[in-house]
Design a protein. Structure first.
Lengths: 55, 211
């Protein structure tokens, strides 16, 4: 079934530091969301003229 | 024939309130304020787009049935579309929530917009949970047997029996989607009625202009 089938059937790997425990998968999702949030704030929006005659 | 002395019917009251709060120019606008030209304002509509894919793929799964999505390659594909659309739905909704939280989007009499958004979030968690319970595989068996202890411990296990497949599938494909659909519709209509929340500095300017 290929590499994806193999990858999807692996056991979850967890990070465990003291009270903090999270699977790598969930950590990747949370960090990606924070990255997307940060990028949405700083990346210029196509066609926007920020600062020039803003309504 | 109108004599002009009749009591106003509920339809009249509703029509007048609708026309006052949500005229068609507000319902279907062709322009938005300049501050909406930012990526952070895109996550609400991205959440709606994901919901559309979830509903379409969910309807397809419902018509074809469990044996189709477990054993056929097209079924696997549609099942995965449904699953990943849910992942993106939650990712977009949480980024939308963060954005709206940090711009204090409940300002300017938008409290109900915030409240309906919160209700949609909680309802979506319940819908996703019941979705995990009706996969008809060992994963759903494991989740339901873990969850039943949680539900019993808070005294609602007799009403929400998570090991009852019939109850869970009806909640997932009928009851909860209707609830989410209605809440989402109210949320979107409130956004149209009150307008997209301005940034905090623009909001102060807007208040000044209103006086």
């Amino acid at each position: 079934m290929g590499i994806f089938h193999h990858f999807m059937n692996l056991k979850a790997v967890y990070i465990h530091i003291g009270w903090f425990q999270m699977s790598i998968t969930n950590l990747v999702v949370v960090l990606s969301m924070l990255l997307v949030f940060g990028l949405a704030l700083v990346l210029p929006f196509p066609g926007s003229k920020k600062g020039k005659g803003q309504k | 024939m109108s004599t002009g002395i009749e009591k106003e019917m509920w339809t009249t009251k509703l029509r007048k309130a609708w026309q006052k709060n949500l005229p068609v120019e507000k319902l279907l606008p062709d322009t938005q304020p300049a501050y909406v030209a930012s990526w952070i304002y895109m996550f609400g509509v991205a959440t709606l787009a994901s919901l559309g894919v979830i509903i379409a793929s969910g309807l397809w799964l419902s018509f074809e049935g469990a044996s189709w999505y477990h054993y056929s390659s097209v079924g696997h594909f549609v099942n995965s579309i449904h699953f990943w659309a849910v992942q993106f739905f939650f990712i977009f909704m949480v980024v939308h929530l963060w954005g709206k939280f940090w711009m204090a989007a409940w300002r300017g009499k938008r409290m109900m917009t915030w409240v309906t958004g919160a209700l949609a979030f909680v309802g979506s968690i319940a819908t996703a949970f019941t979705g995990y319970l009706i996969q008809t595989n060992f994963d759903s068996q494991w989740i339901s047997y873990e969850a039943k202890d949680g539900f019993n411990s808070v005294g609602i296990g007799s009403k929400f029996n998570v090991t009852n497949f019939g109850q869970m599938i009806l909640l997932h494909v009928a009851f909860l989607p209707v609830i989410i659909g209605v809440i989402t519709l109210i949320h979107v209509l409130l956004v149209r009625s009150k307008g997209v929340v301005p940034p905090i500095d623009a909001f102060n300017k807007e208040l000044g202009e209103r006086k």
